[in-house]
Design a protein around this ligand. Structure first.
Ligand SMILES: Cc1cc2nc3c(=O)[nH]c(=O)nc-3n(C[C@H](O)[C@H](O)[C@H](O)COP(=O)(O)OP(=O)(O)OC[C@H]3O[C@@H](n4cnc5c(N)ncnc54)[C@H](O)[C@@H]3O)c2cc1C
Length: 429
């Protein structure tokens, strides 16, 4: 069994594929009686060891689709295994959409929500904040219906909990009326991006910057709601996007990696970035094709720290001569109340560090991680990091309270694996 990037490989004893909340509960109860553990996956798009297990491995691929749609409240109840791609298209049939999304849509609802998956937009929260109600099979075997109106504290506690308290089987999400986005991307020197970022942040619903450290340039992406007509999406355009943005990119990465020469390919790459504008419905505009495999680490910091931290990252990359054709992705997200959300109680900037999958990512990631740690950074739960219990307790104000809730809902540690224990178990002195 491998995750999307292939950096994680493990061999579960058995695969569980429940088709309903009740059948999942029966499996949970059987495991509790036999003192056995379960880990669950969504679409295995995380880099960390969250889903790894040698014991039972569960997924909800057989539990997909919408269950109820209430047009008046704009609430959709869906099975938690529903892939975001399917969810987006099905919601669109009811003229509804998520207010924000990340840059792919292959994840499952439960998997994306459980790690605080986010897009970009300083007025918009992570996707986990759309959950208003969820059905969870706790580690006690009990089916819990957690209603955000009746028990907001519990929903805040478990809203981002990466499958450490229970199996999410159904979720009710707050939607908004379907909308189109005008997406604009172009390349420029990073100096210009930095000069303009404050005004762009104010003027655009979504702002994202991809910083390419080798040549000190960036791709800027801005998205705004529009009433304009959808752009024609010919098959040829889609194929050329795949070839240019993925296959050519992969070729350049292989070349740079093999020859250990990054300047030429980086310059070549910049030349290929057109000024592109297109319009599409939001659920089709957010995701991009990502066929080139890479490693990723992403940290959340208070938004006020953006420039200071960016300058430190840049200086460290230069000093250590870290080379990669992959960008540092910079996104902005509104703060929230979910206890383990990286954006807990702070408007945030996210820095995502990437390398091509064949590169040795560790020296680069570890150095960047040290900088993030010094500034109170919180890691994306699904992306590589090496923070452990004490590091996390220092940056999550509700860490101890969460642990208390976790042990009440999963007293036998049914849902724990090695990775989760390294997060939740305080090392002995
Ligand atoms: C190419 C690529 C692009 C990405 N882009 C973004 C992005 O733009 N923004 C962003 O924030 N992240 C992004 N990610 C990260 C990704 O969104 C998260 O890692 C997400 O958690 C993966 O969802 P998944 O369905 O694959 O879940 P998995 O990776 O399979 O699982 C994630 C966590 O959810 C838990 N889980 C899964 N199902 C359930 C369930 N039913 N009940 C309880 N817990 C469950 C798992 O046990 C695990 O702890 C990207 C990842 C990739 C590979």
């Amino acid at each position: 069994m491998k995750n999307w990037a292939g950096n994680l490989e493990f061999h579960p004893k058995s695969i569980l594929t429940p088709t309903s909340t009740e059948s999942a509960q029966a499996l949970v109860k059987a495991h509790l009686s036999a003192n056995k553990n379960i880990r669950m996956r969504g679409s295995a798009h995380s880099w960390t060891g969250l889903i790894a297990t040698k014991e039972s491995f569960l997924h909800l691929d057989e539990m997909q689709g919408l269950m109820e749609v209430d047009a008046s409240t704009q609430l959709i109840k869906a099975k938690a295994g529903t892939k975001l791609s399917l969810f987006g298209e099905e919601a669109f049939k009811h003229n509804l959409a998520l207010p924000n999304q990340g840059d792919i849509n292959h994840q499952s609802l439960a998997g994306a929500m459980s790690t605080g998956t986010h897009g970009t937009g300083v007025t918009l929260q992570s996707m986990s904040n759309q959950i208003k109600n969820l059905t969870l099979i706790a580690g006690t075997g009990e089916i819990l219906n957690i209603d955000g109106n009746k028990n907001p504290e519990l929903l805040n506690a478990v809203g981002v909990s990466f499958g450490s308290v229970g199996l999410m089987t159904e979720a009710t999400l707050k939607m908004i009326p379907a909308y189109k986005l005008k997406v604009e991307t172009f390349a420029e020197d990073m100096k210009t991006s930095l000069e303009k970022f404050k005004s762009r942040l104010k003027d655009n619903r979504h702002l994202e910057m991809f910083y390419f450290p080798v040549g000190d340039w960036s791709i800027v992406k801005m998205m705004n709601v529009t009433e304009e007509k959808e752009s024609p999406q010919s098959k040829f355009q889609k194929v050329s996007e795949l070839v240019l943005e993925n296959w050519l990119y992969e070729g350049l990465n292989i070349l740079a990696h093999k020859t250990n020469s990054y300047r030429g390919p980086d310059k070549f790459m910049r030349k290929f970035v057109d000024h592109k504008v297109f319009v599409n419905w939001s659920h089709r505009a957010f995701p991009s094709a990502r066929t080139v495999r890479f490693m990723e680490m992403e940290f959340n910091l208070p938004i006020e720290k953006f420039e200071e931290v960016f300058e430190e990252l840049k200086a460290s990359i230069k000093k250590n001569n870290f080379q990669t054709l992959f960008p540092i992705e910079i996104r902005f997200v509104k703060g929230d109340e979910l206890w383990l959300s990286p954006a807990y109680k702070r408007d945030s900037v996210y820095f995502a560090i990437h390398t091509y999958i064949q590169q040795d990512f560790r020296p680069y990631f570890e150095e960047m991680q040290n900088i993030f740690k010094r500034h109170g950074g919180r890691p994306h739960w699904g992306k590589w990091h090496s923070l452990k219990h004490d590091d996390l307790a220092a940056v999550y104000p509700k860490w101890q309270e969460f642990k208390q809730v976790r042990s009440e809902l999963d007293p036998k540690g049914l849902w724990l694996n090695e990775h989760l224990r390294s997060l939740f178990d305080k090392p002995e002195a």
